[in-house]
Design a protein around this ligand. Structure first.
Ligand code: HGY
Ligand code: MN
Ligand code: MN
Length: 416
């Protein structure tokens, strides 16, 4: 059956839901701090579940806390078309990173209900646990377990910086569900996300058709030297872990700049011990985030960094240990799903362009177990992972309308 001409989401209802969810973990600067497995995450999950049940869906949860809200199709034996993203945020995150993808999927179902449209395949909205990886690294954790990249027991033993354990926190907020993780197939998976970059807004384009996501490498570095007196230790005799770490951190910047414009390198966290003004730090820890669209270039960046670390450690009389935390190869999304998204954007008269995602997403893992594709809507100044992250209701609705059309076309509509 042909897609309805009037198949369009309710822009204001979607916007109201985004604003309502944003109140949970709202920060003074207008962002969101709803980190995974905190009480606030639990609150956001319960609000999402309440909304889904009010829309006639049944909500089930797997043992990593992934939530699946199901709208039955004409044939329950068919694999569901899944649409979703994540509700967890960065500590100083915005209101729309991940949340737009989950609530646009809810709006998709609300619209199908309004129009009394039945699909052949069931539709399932997914809220993936711990996409951000800010509190428990690596990122995209639960979708990674779902796709068989990580073992569940390993994931549940991860600890945050306060030593709290993932599995215990998941149980504490009441979202360790009975469903086994993975072992369920999707007919397709679609994820709408804000671009988190400046291209769409700068070029005045409505929709990003995400053909690929770049590769990512996360490392933890521990530099060990020797604590000693800041006043009495001559410079040539120092084993200053902080100075060595600082040189290693600036090497990250050099390695990325030398491979511009595609390479990016970031150190988001550094700590020094013992942390006293008049003690030369005997230890410094820092995180590394390297990304590149091409795997060989990403491998070369990691190799160059490891080389620089050993040179700097030798020159500064310290010892450095590099531990791998996460590694994702670049991902190519499904051509048939991408074609559906492009034709949906065209049917809606929306401009679109193909692009590569600089950020990682749950879709990157799900692409290895189901036909998967993503779309982006613009965001203001390309800003994200920042409390000032902003989109417009029209951008949100345009993205949701493309998601709606592509998902419904993939799920098939039952003739009434
Ligand atoms: O780090 C990322 O790319 C994502 O926001 N977790
Ligand atoms: Mn995200
Ligand atoms: Mn994010």
């Amino acid at each position: 059956m042909a897609i309805h001409g009037n198949l369009a989401v309710n822009r204001d209802r979607l916007w109201d839901s985004l604003e309502e969810m944003a109140k949970i973990g709202a920060t003074a600067k207008g962002g969101c701090n709803r980190q995974t497995l905190t009480d606030l995450d639990g609150q956001g999950r319960r609000l999402f579940q309440q909304w889904c049940e009010a829309a006639g869906m049944t909500v089930s949860t797997d043992s990593m806390g992934d939530m699946f809200a199901r709208r039955e199709g004409a044939d329950p034996a068919l694999d569901p078309v899944a649409v979703g993203s994540h509700l967890d945020t960065q500590p100083t995150g915005g209101k729309y990173d991940g949340v737009l993808g989950v609530l646009a999927a809810l709006e998709l179902v609300r619209t199908l209900n309004d129009l009394e449209i039945q699909t052949e395949h069931p539709i399932e909205i997914v809220n993936w646990t711990n996409e951000e990886g800010a509190r428990f690294a690596p990122a995209m954790l639960a979708s990674g377990v779902f796709a068989g990249v990580y073992e569940e027991a390993w994931a549940k033993a991860l600890t945050d910086r306060d030593g709290l354990v993932f599995g215990e926190e998941l149980r504490r907020i009441g979202f360790e569900g009975p469903l086994p993780v993975g072992h369920r197939s999707f007919h397709a998976f679609f994820e709408l996300h804000i671009e988190q970059g400046p291209i769409l807004e700068t070029e005045g384009i409505d929709i990003g058709i995400v053909t690929h996501a770049q590769g990512l490498c996360w490392l933890d570095v521990v530099v060990k030297g020797q604590d000693s007196h800041a006043g009495t230790t001559p410079m040539p005799r120092r084993q200053d872990a902080m100075v060595a770490a600082a040189r290693m951190i600036s090497a990250i910047e050099d390695i990325a700049q030398e491979r511009a414009p595609d390479a990016v390198g970031t150190v988001g966290y550094v700590s020094a011990a013992p942390g006293s003004r008049n003690v030369i730090p005997g230890q410094a820890d820092f995180t590394v985030d390297l990304r590149h669209p091409k795997q060989d270039a990403l491998d070369a960046m990691r190799g160059a960094f490891e080389q620089r670390v050993s040179e700097i450690a030798a020159a500064n009389g310290v010892v450095a240990e590099i531990a791998p935390v996460e590694a994702h190869e670049p991902v190519a999304f499904d051509e048939a799903c991408l074609a559906r998204l492009r034709s949906a954007a065209e049917a809606l008269g929306l401009s679109h362009r193909d692009m590569i995602s600089g950020a990682g997403h749950d879709a990157c893992h799900i692409a290895s177990v189901a036909p998967t594709a993503m779309i982006f809507c613009p965001c203001v100044d390309g800003l994200s992972h920042n409390e000032a992250e902003a989109i417009t209701p029209d951008w949100a609705a345009a993205g949701a309308n493309v998601l709606l059309r592509a998902a419904v076309e993939t799920a098939g509509i039952v003739d009434r």
